[in-house]
Design a binder for this molecule. Structure first.
Ligand code: AMP
Ligand code: MG
Length: 471
């Protein structure tokens, strides 16, 4: 049996100007590190031998039916507009369609493209495994995200201040369309391309949208829910630039992302985020800002710009309310409320305040609520008592809050210090910690004593102070 991918490449069929049709650059000695068989099956792939998978998912042999290309886009990076970005180290192989929809299959770290600028087009093992673990963990927790299909070691050395082993990740996404994909054509006043992109995006993500306003509202709704979900698991994306913000509403581009241990709304991990623009608590504001950039890019599609600006502004201004509603929904469930009402918001924010004041671990505190063990999570356990009385009074109106909490509060997240330890081992040739993490994170809502060590917050000496794009 040989590998077969049933490609149907709609993006490659778009007119000139959306992509550079270039092939991945071959690598020296590809070796398959991990392959996501369950995902491959969902996508309808027929799998070949390991050697063949290594050749295909390193980019050495694009499979039959692939139409390799690098997409162009622009984007605001830390608030500053960069008129020309694009896939500098990624190649879209093509798309497959299954019962759940259409999915991109993309290689990341596959060599230079016309959009590489000064970059080498490569990735090293660390970020590849980090994205593999975190994106699959996000999926297992039920968050919209790109997926990881394969990781291949290249047998080549990549230089990032020091010499590191190279790797290629295969990523699967509902599409790689970004806010920045719209921005590039709007900024260049390429209105025909902008219209073509809009029609393409509507067909792929919002088939019911009749006009740019409907479409904008669709993206806003998806992103509002996504960011509320990020908040609900203590996730910090780290680089919410508009080129890392999808139209599909999936989490994309796991660079310096990390999960919080101790609850502190000001937490920032990314080494390049010196102002804390993308701190945990800023994410809801930033996503609104990003949607305003999308709205601005859509204005040229409207016959009457003034009316469009008014309607779009209203849609963007409605977004903070939407995020609050989704936040309330997700956090309400975390404390056992099937459908929290605005009157319940105070109960949630009070708990978060006590957690912040008394150094509580975000994940473990919520998980412990369902086991009646949360009190021990606070440096001053007595601080929890008054809140608990109010909470129990409110819970009396719920039928199965314990079950709900167990289904919404993960027992395990990919903690940053564990990721660092896992990468260190992998660089030394030991993939066992990676495989164990994948195993532990595949069923995050099940209590499993085998993985108790992975629930422990970092010791003082293990705390990771900064994460790096490190691409
Ligand atoms: P990011 O912030 O990781 O989303 O990357 C921003 C831009 O830089 C994207 O257009 C990437 O394709 C490009 N880029 C990042 N790393 C590299 C690299 N090693 N080689 C070429 N381009 C890169
Ligand atoms: Mg990016």
């Amino acid at each position: 049996m040989t590998l077969h991918i049933p490609f149907d490449n709609s993006f490659a069929r778009l007119p000139e100007g959306f992509a550079a049709h270039v092939a991945p650059e071959p690598v020296q000695a590809p070796e398959l590190l991990v392959f996501n068989l369950a995902l491959a099956e969902e996508l309808g792939l027929r799998i070949g031998a390991e050697e063949e998978l290594a050749q295909v998912f390193s980019g050495n042999h694009p499979p039959e039916g692939a139409s390799p290309l690098a997409q162009i886009y622009a984007g605001h990076q830390f608030g500053h507009f960069n008129p020309q970005l694009g896939d500098g180290r990624a190649i879209l192989l093509g798309e497959v369609v299954n019962a759940a929809g259409r999915f991109d299959i993309q290689l990341k770290g596959s060599g230079r493209t016309p959009f590489s600028r000064s970059g080498d087009g490569r990735a090293w093992l660390g970020p590849v495994l980090r994205e593999y673990v975190v994106s699959e963990a996000m999926h297992a927790m039920g968050l919209p995200t790109t997926r990881a299909l394969a990781a291949v070691a290249t047998g080549e050395t990549v230089y990032r201040e020091t010499a590191l082993p190279g790797a290629v990740l295969t990523r699967v996404a509902r599409s790689h369309l970004r806010v920045g994909t719209f921005q590039i054509f709007a900024a260049r006043r390429q209105l025909e391309h902008l219209q073509t992109l809009f029609d393409y995006a509507v067909a792929r993500h919002d088939p019911d949208a009749d006009n740019p306003l409907d479409f904008l509202r669709g993206v806003i709704a998806r992103q509002a829910d996504l960011v509320a979900r990020w908040m609900s698991v203590g996730f910090i994306h780290g680089v919410m630039n508009t080129d890392n913000c999808t139209i599909s509403g999936e989490t994309i581009d796991y660079g310096p992302c990390a999960f919080m241990d101790r609850y502190d709304p000001h937490t920032v991990f990314s080494s390049i985020d010196r102002q804390g623009r993308y701190a945990y608590a800023n994410q809801p504001d930033i996503i609104v800002w990003n949607m305003a950039q999308l709205a601005t890019s859509l204005v040229p599609l409207m016959p009457d710009s003034e009316a469009a600006i008014e309607q779009f502004t209203e849609a963007v201004h409605a977004m903070p309310g939407l995020i609050r509603a989704r936040w309330l929904h997700h956090f309400g469930r975390k404390i056992g409320l099937t459908e929290a009402t605005p009157d319940d918001a105070r109960l949630i924010t009070d708990l978060l305040q006590i957690m912040a004041d008394h150094d509580a671990d975000f994940t473990n505190t919520f998980r412990a609520l369902s086991a009646n063990a949360a009190r021990d999570q606070f440096t001053d356990p007595a601080a929890f008592d008054a809140w608990e009385v109010q909470w129990r009074a409110r819970l009396a109106q719920e039928t199965a809050p314990q079950d709900l909490m167990r289904q919404t509060n993960p027992a395990r997240i990919p903690r940053n210090h564990r990721i660092e330890q896992m990468i260190e081992a992998a660089v030394a040739g030991d993939l066992a910690p990676f495989k164990r993490m994948m195993d532990a994170l595949s069923a995050p809502y099940e209590t499993d004593p085998r993985f108790d060590d992975l629930t422990r917050p970092p010791l003082e000496t293990e705390i990771v102070q900064a994460t790096f794009c490190g691409t």
